[in-house]
Design a protein around this ligand. Sequence first.
Ligand SMILES: [Fe+2]
Ligand SMILES: [Fe+2]
Length: 146
Amino acid sequence: MALKKWSSRYSVGVRILDEQHKIFVGIFNELHAAMMKGQAQGIATSLFRKLKEQVIEHHSTEEKLMEAAGYPKLTQHREHHRTLIETFESFSARHENGDHKVYVPLLYAFRDWHDCHLLQHDREYIPHLAEKEFHREAQHGSRELT
Ligand SMILES: [Fe+2]
Ligand SMILES: [Fe+2]
């Protein structure tokens, strides 16, 4: 599986969300690089901890912004987030139980997150958040959402 490189075409137009998405790509690449060197087991505990923290922070930020923008598919998007958390938590539990075959499927789960969630579901809120940003700019003369 190829490394993921951040590209401006992945941008959702809100800086904090782009920064958080980049962190996920970084975690993916960290796991990928460790696996290539046969060192996944050594970084797995810290990687799962980092992943959990980032997932909680990112979903919270993204959902607050979608809520503020009145995003019509918020409930559905929350459901996608919940499923993602369950998927990653199940991998974390397998790791804690000593299952060292968990890294390859975790990498595939990352790829699915990247290709399905980041490049499809997250992109759907772009016009709604952009519209909200426009209204704030109009009201306050500055960009507050970025
Ligand atoms: Fe999302
Ligand atoms: Fe996201």
